[in-house]
Write a protein that binds this ligand. Structure first.
Ligand code: ADP
Ligand code: MG
Length: 695
């Protein structure tokens, strides 16, 4: 296993005194949540409880209140309840609490409903994209993603039904959070009675306060007659938690999945009881680690029953989520292998050991090549500290970092970069346009996106026919595309399918593309999965293959047995049906006639091209390695091994997304005729590029 230096043995000199190898958390109060303590008692033991009166006073008297507090101190679950108890939800008003992650929205809402003893979906509800569990008349506390709240602004620009909006996890600086903060600041000017609460684990509170401090000319009224002060209040909730001892590896580890697995095994071997939380990056490496751990536990002759290994990533079913939060069975040790969702969004009770890979999946966008990737990249020091802190909730804990201290000190940046500065801005621009914000460069951003990225986005939207020469939304196309809660390229594909007479098929494809995967990958059964895929494989590519799977699923009577037999993920297919139904309703609302093209797959491919022409690629002549170049910017890309077109290598393809590992891989690929590109977007490709496309 990886070599860690341990207390008591000689260790390399510390490079950074301030860090000191040990993080100190004030150990102020005893742990809660254990034993048979009533929910009321548990609530009172949370650190925020001491601040209940102050929080309510500040919200009453200030337009914006910024609350900073350690993860697990009760911000998300308690503050909305305090606000409700104080009357902020009286008279039909609603308290909103936003989260960047869907899974956190669901988990937190169900916890709060449980604490209040109400049925989820009634007094306490949640809304995430494609799933609305609220009641128009009954819901008083509503959890939702920040993206959904942005969408709600399209119907109700001033968000009039909300009395308080709590923007939670603000330190994450997700793209939607940043857009939301900018827009809420505007709304505040028109609705002085609206209160904002901005909550976070580590936020740089001063800069956030400066952002919300409106200029002098808007002041003057404040303070009197129930008009709140515009200067934001800052409240810091004293953390709880215990010392966490940090261990670094002595040498960089070649394979963090393997290193994580052996570290877990040796903790299980040598350390007293207590659950383990492992931070990896995404579904793939998490599943791999789960598999290795299960095998390893068996090989060592130790019954794997001693370890309860659970994955945690977005896209888990409710039942799988519930397992994560249920108490560890007596005499067992829970190992949760998670993405950075467990960094600050969710609190797991009972964690004493943290294993930190030092990586997370992050979005990176290069406006020059116009390529956006999800990349496994080093986390920031701030994230590393948060991860370590998760070990100190119930008693003193230990954090095993799978990177060297030198790496921590020298290589890791202090803070992450806000997502808006490393993302493709197409969706962001269209949303702001739909909300009537015309001067996007001049928009009041918490952190400004790069002008290059902005220009790229405008260019793509223009070529999609969504924006006109004055950069205004076109009618009806622009407004229709904005109305569909999907990536504008998918929305455009749906609109095009209307003219081409294949909207039934395209809506199915859109639904499938909006979930992670419809395949069921079983440990060690990659070969069987590949064979199963072949049963559905279409020469045209993955999109048409999806249609075959969907058809098979319907013909089976939506049978879970059928799914099992064909390595199709039943849970994912149920979700597809649900999303499809909603997309169908949206399509009909914006005037699309939902119609099938039966077996004419050419029109389906044309519709895909109409949305995704910007992702066209051409196979390099004489390339034996299957190398493609993007038509747009001549980037080198390859077909992903999971695609049915892997090794088939048609001359012209369009991809849905890129993943980058050792190379740039295209996921979900369809073959096209290059002449369709010119049909779909005559102005898009520059002349020299057009020349390379045979007419
Ligand atoms: P914060 O938002 O400050 O990170 P939370 O309000 O999410 O804190 O959590 C406060 C406490 O509530 C946690 O420390 C935990 O004890 C409890 N809790 C939260 N969510 C759950 C859940 N799903 N199941 C059990 N306990 C939970
Ligand atoms: Mg929280």
């Amino acid at each position: 296993m990886a070599q860690f230096w341990k207390p008591g043995t000689e260790r390399p000199p510390l490079l950074d005194d301030e860090e000191g190898g040990i993080l100190l958390y004030s150990a102020s109060s005893a742990s809660s949540g254990y034993g048979f303590v009533s929910i009321e008692k548990q609530r009172q033991r949370l650190p925020v409880f001491k601040y209940r009166t102050s929080i309510l006073y500040l919200v009453e008297t200030h337009a914006t209140t910024i609350i900073v507090g350690e993860t697990g101190s009760g911000k998300t679950t308690q503050i909305p309840q305090y606000l409700k108890e104080a009357g902020w939800a009286d008279g039909g008003r609603v308290i909103a609490c936003t989260q960047p992650r869907r899974l956190a929205v669901q988990a937190v809402a169900s916890r709060v409903a449980e604490e209040m003893g109400v049925k989820l979906g009634e007094e306490v509800g949640y809304t995430i994209r494609f799933e609305d569990l609220t009641d128009r008349d009954l819901t008083r506390i509503k959890f939702l993603t920040d993206g959904v709240l942005l969408r709600e602004m399209m119907d109700d620009p001033l968000l009039t039904k909300y009395s308080v909006i709590m923007v939670d996890e603000a330190h994450e600086r997700s793209i939607s959070t940043d857009i939301l903060l900018g827009l809420l600041k505007k709304i505040q000017r028109r609705r002085p009675e609206l209160r904002l609460v901005i909550a976070s684990a580590t936020i740089e509170a001063k800069s956030m306060a400066a952002f919300f401090h409106t200029s002098k000319k808007h002041r003057g009224l404040e303070g009197g007659d129930g008009v709140p002060k515009t200067e934001p209040a800052i409240l810091s909730v004293e953390g709880r938690g215990f010392n966490v001892q940090i261990f670094y590896v002595e040498e960089p580890v070649p394979d963090y999945i393997q290193a994580a697995v052996s570290t877990v095994m040796s903790i299980h071997d040598q350390e007293p009881m207590g659950d383990i939380l492992v931070f990896l990056t995404g579904q793939d490496d998490i599943e791999a680690a789960v598999r290795l751990l299960t095998e390893e536990a068996q090989n060592n002759g130790k019954p794997s029953s001693g370890l309860v290994v659970l994955p945690l990533y977005s896209g888990l079913s409710r039942a799988e989520q519930d397992l994560i939060f249920s108490p560890t069975p007596r005499g067992k040790r829970k190992v949760v292998i998670s993405t950075n969702i467990a960094e600050t969004s969710l609190t797991l009770e009972g964690v004493v050991y943290v294993v930190d890979s030092g990586f997370s999946k992050q979005r990176f966008y290069n406006p020059i090549s116009d390529i956006e990737n999800l990349v496994v990249a080093p986390i920031s020091k701030a994230s590393a500290r948060q991860r370590a802190g998760r070990a100190g909730r119930v008693r003193p804990g230990k954090c095993y970092r799978l990177y060297s201290e030198e790496h921590f000190v020298k290589e890791m940046s202090a803070e992450g970069i806000p997502e808006i500065q490393r993302s493709n801005l197409v969706s962001c621009v269209i949303q702001l346009k739909a909300l009537g914000i015309d001067n996007i460069l001049g928009f009041d951003w918490p952190a400004s996106p790069s002008p290059e990225a902005m220009i790229r986005a405008l260019e793509v939207l223009y070529s999609l026919g969504v924006l006109d020469d004055d950069a205004k939304l076109t009618s009806p196309t622009g407004f229709q595309v904005a109305e569909i809660p999907l990536d504008p390229m998918i929305s455009k594909m749906i609109l095009a399918s209307n003219q081409l007479g294949c909207s039934e098929e395209i809506i199915t494809i859109a639904a499938i593309l909006s979930i992670q995967s419809i395949w069921f990958s079983v440990r060690g059964q990659q070969k069987e999965l590949d064979e199963a895929k072949l049963r559905f494989a279409a020469a045209e590519g993955d999109h048409v293959t999806f249609l075959n799977v969907y058809k098979g699923f319907l013909q089976s009577g939506k049978s879970s047995k059928w799914c099992h037999k064909n390595f199709v993920n039943y849970h994912a297919m149920r979700k597809v049906i649900e999303i499809r139904e909603q997309l169908r309703r949206i399509a009909q609302r914006i005037g699309i006639v939902v119609k099938s093209c039966e077996s004419d797959m050419q029109v389906v491919r044309k519709a895909v091209t109409a949305g995704f022409f910007a992702n066209a690629c051409n196979l390099e002549a004489f390339s034996h390695s299957g190398m493609y170049k993007t038509v747009r910017s001549s980037q080198e890309v390859y077909i992903h091994p999971s695609s049915v077109l892997f090794r088939v290598n048609p001359k012209w393809v369009i991809y849905h997304s890129l993943v980058s590992t050792d190379r740039q891989y295209m996921r979900n690929v369809i073959s096209i005729d290059p002449s369709w590109l010119i049909e779909a977007a005559p102005h898009f490709y520059q002349h020299q590029r057009l020349n390379s496309i045979p007419h």
